[in-house]
Design a protein around this ligand. Structure first.
Ligand code: RBF
Length: 340
């Protein structure tokens, strides 16, 4: 009798253990079934928006226990579509995440061949598109902030200013967003400070050649440009070193950049891409964000801002410039100022 009772207890115990292990396995399967590939159209190092993307995706993935791989597609843009197709063809990744406005069109094309593949494009084209989830930034506002800071710095009490009302922008390449949003926003920003400001715009021709960017910066600083905004990935370093040598100035884009040369890199007009990446990936895993969803980041929503907490900015940008910038940003935040 005792024997048969303990047999029953043992049987119950074993059944419970078996059930528990089954349900554990089920859990493991459901979290490890979701996998993410980060597709970097270029290289991570030196590209602020790509570094932020990778960090944000990895944060979300860690939170959910989801594996991530990162693939660097390199600088040959002619190869990007084949490499993206190859990744989708593997069929191993629930979600492919990438970043830059050119990727929206590529993901659309690849989705036609692999309709089950999910895509998230950060810093993507600012339009709704069934083939992907998109987070797009208001780069016009972002560049406007950079233009205001560059112009105010160039009229300030900083050393070694030319008084020529010339500001620079060095881009890796030209692309629609550069022409339609960034150049107009930067120009509006500087002219809102004083209409005499003129833009000197140059193009490196790629996103890595720091020596070429340095040559361009040299010629611009010699012609009376006081401040340059580099948007050229790894090539940005050439602009910083040239500004350091000549006692001139740089305004940074996309991520906080003053730390690399305080007093030379004066401030940063940034996007909260790490936060956007984390939120979008969590939403896609949880099913609250779907293919076809478009989110916009701008000054009002807090995804586009001038980083006023950077030590290099607080310490080296003259107080009267900071005050005027604070006033202008308040106007934006109160809805009293808009670029449209
Ligand atoms: N930004 C980088 O920092 N590094 C790059 O390698 C890079 N490659 C780009 C390639 C293309 C085709 C386009 C359209 C943009 C690229 N950008 C790159 C720009 C970047 O994605 C973003 O638009 C700008 O940094 C402005 O936020």
């Amino acid at each position: 009798m005792f024997n048969s009772f303990s047999k029953k207890v043992l049987w119950l115990f074993l059944t419970l253990v078996a059930l528990m292990s089954l349900s554990c396995r089920k859990d493991e399967v459901s979290s490890s079934a979701y996998t993410i590939a980060v597709f970097v159209p270029g290289v991570l190092e030196g590209s602020p928006t790509y570094e932020q993307m990778d960090r944000g995706v990895r944060k979300a993935a860690e939170e959910k226990g989801v594996p991530v791989i990162t693939v660097e597609a390199g600088f040959n843009q002619g190869e990007w579509k084949d490499k993206l197709s190859a990744l989708a063809a593997e069929g191993n990744y629930s979600l492919i995440v990438s970043s830059n406005p050119a990727l929206s069109a590529l993901c659309r094309e690849v989705k036609e061949v692999f309709p089950a593949q999910q895509f998230l494009v950060l810093d993507g084209e600012n339009k709704a598109d069934d083939s992907q989830a998109v987070f797009a930034y208001n780069h016009k506002e972002q560049a406007f902030l950079a233009g205001v800071l560059a112009a105010r710095a160039s009229l300030s009490s900083l050393d070694n200013l030319s008084g020529e009302y010339k500001l620079g922008l060095i881009a890796g390449q030209t692309y629609p967003d550069m022409e339609k949003s960034i150049i107009p926003g930067y120009t509006m920003g500087m002219k809102s400070v004083d209409p005499r400001f003129e833009l000197d715009f140059r193009v490196v021709g790629n996103w890595y050649d720091a020596a070429k960017a340095s040559e361009l910066a040299d010629s611009m600083f010699r012609s009376g440009v006081d401040v340059i905004l580099p948007i050229a990935g790894g090539a940005n370093q050439g602009v910083v070193s040239e500004a350091k040598q000549k006692g001139k100035y740089v305004v940074w884009f996309d991520s906080a950049g003053t730390e690399q040369a305080p007093g030379v890199v004066l401030g940063s007009a940034i996007v909260r891409q790490e936060k956007a990446a984390e939120e979008m990936v969590l939403g896609l895993i949880e099913g609250t964000i779907e293919q076809g969803d478009l989110r916009m980041g701008d000054i009002i929503s807090g995804y586009v801002l001038l980083d006023r907490e950077e030590e290099g900015y607080l310490k080296h940008v003259p107080a009267e410039v900071q005050e005027k910038i604070n006033f202008q940003i308040d106007q934006f935040l109160n809805g009293r100022y808009s670029l449209d």
